[in-house]
Ligand binder design. Structure first.
Ligand code: FPP
Length: 244
């Protein structure tokens, strides 16, 4: 982001969630293998982190790998795993220096030990950071998250209600997203944070993820800032108009 450019003061979301869609199409349009799109997608993610730091957004959650993504061709899955390993080896130090706290959410035990170790190490090294919490959803599914929370409560014989269930979700304690951005032109939730998105403002962009830049982030935040959030309530009457 050009250093001087920051959104006009106003409502900045406390938590942005992002479905980073369109890497494959970005690559295919350039006659490149799909994995080239994922590689450039990592650069777009770095840009997004810098943008959130600049805008003082305290929580960011990105969908890096869904539980359904295992069904992609084996070479693409394997290339994505290599990319995660490389990105963690290369970027953890820089993220730590930027004041980013890294967290991984999902069924992490499905990954090979090297990647699991790097994820744990990344979390440990950045655990004390407070500027931005970056949650990386990896082998994550919203339905799975709700089921595992309900199972944990049932196993202990504890009552299941909204408060207890929220407290057992992967991202317990993190405020629910104010804004969900999905790039790549699709208008779907795709089993992302199903519980937490109940009152989230949805923003769909046709930009393919590798092209999502500073201006695109500012546009999403500006769109959010202009919305009226009612959480199921009615809007307040205009000033001067009191209903008896
Ligand atoms: C969706 O695009 C993107 C993914 C499944 C992978 C997202 C991963 C990254 C951007 C890398 C993140 C890296 C780290 C270290 C967290 P798609 O392949 O579905 O695109 P398409 O819809 O055009 O096919």
């Amino acid at each position: 982001m050009s250093k001087a450019k920051k959104s006009a003061p106003g409502r900045v979301p406390s938590h942005i969630a992002v479905v980073m869609d369109g890497n494959g199409r970005w690559a295919t349009r350039r006659f490149l293998p799909r994995t080239a799109g994922h590689k450039v997608g990592v650069d777009a993610l770095k840009r997004l982190v810098r943008g959130c730091l600049l805008e003082a957004v305290p929580h960011l959650t990105v969908f890096a790998f869904s539980s359904e993504n295992w069904n992609r061709p084996a070479e693409e899955v394997s290339a994505l795993m290599d990319l995660f390993v490389q990105a963690l080896r290369r970027e953890t130090r820089e993220l730590a220096a930027q004041g980013v706290r890294l967290r991984f959410v999902g069924r992490l035990d499905a990954f090979e030990p090297t990647l699991q170790d790097l994820m744990r190490e990344g979390e440990a090294v950045t655990a004390e950071n407070l500027r931005l919490q970056l949650n990386v959803a990896i082998n994550y599914g919203g339905r799975w998250d709700i089921v595992q929370a309900a199972q944990a409560l049932a196993l202990r014989g504890e009552p299941i209600d909204e408060t207890s269930l929220s407290a057992h979700l992967c991202m317990a304690g993190v405020p629910e997203p104010d804004l969900l951005i999905r790039t790549g032109g699709e208008r779907r939730i795709s089993n992302f944070l199903l519980w937490q998105l109940a009152y989230t403002e949805l923003y769909f962009s046709d930009v393919l993820w590798p092209d999502f830049d500073e201006a695109a982030l500012r546009a999403a935040i500006a769109d959010y800032a202009a919305r009226e959030r009612r959480f199921g309530r009615v809007p307040p009457p205009p000033p001067g108009l009191r209903v008896a």
